[in-house]
Design a protein around this ligand. Sequence first.
Ligand code: A3P
Length: 273
Amino acid sequence: MCSLRTVLLELCISKKFQAKADDILIATYPKAGTTWMIEIMDSIRQGGITKEITTIPSHELSFCFGVSSGVDLLKDMPSPRLVKTHLPFQLVPQSFWDKGCKVIYVARNAKDILVSYFFFHKITPILPHAGTWDDFFESFLSGNVVWGSWFDHVTGWWDVREKHQILYVFYEDILQDPMREVERVARFLGHTLDNGTIQEIVKHTSFNMMKDNPMTNFSRMPTCIVDVRISPFMRKGQVGDWKNHFTVAQNQRFEEEYRRRMAKTSLRFRTEL
Ligand code: A3P
């Protein structure tokens, strides 16, 4: 049996993948709070903070060593399987939709993603070199980064949220009212949890707890994959950190591009709380 808690489903392997009806997919643009939501979802389906939650890393090492693909690992994983992906909606294997799987999409405002993604490049040697902050800022706005355009990603998933079993969750909402959002995720996944258990999950998945928890803070990752000695994976965990990095001119440029790219969508983000 596979002792992994999640498996990353990526493009190169996703074509072979066959979903099961009780698979649960967590989909995000990178740095939107994937690790956070995995910890929340896994705690919910375990009915609280179990030994498995506290002793098995939330992130899998499958793609690091090239030993086995995510698809092979998923075959051995007990159901219900928790699968994570950064794929845009159009590239998710069709069998997920054919089987009616539940999907949780976590979205985070682009300004904070941009900053978080920049720092993530510094600690992740397998990603392309980010260049300077100014370089990365432009690359992100043009969608010329790994996983492509944030604009296309968030709006693509938003547009189909009512056609499938998709719960669209905002990072900013979880930070503002974690009790409400954990309860909402639990309800969507078909779990009824008492208040005490929800409180326990909220405490266990708070930023400060996850920052110090080796099962969630990536300190167990080989440094050739993620090197948290350079900068922590659990970096700030805030809404509005972009203000410490954007210049006035960059903010103006960002706002113009944002207005242009988001003109036709009803999707709204908060960049401060
Ligand atoms: P920052 O770099 O802004 O701190 P992902 O898991 O998708 O890669 O997202 C990582 C981002 O989510 C990081 O953002 C990280 O600090 C933040 N994060 C992770 N767990 C969190 C938590 N419990 N509360 C708030 N933010 C969290």
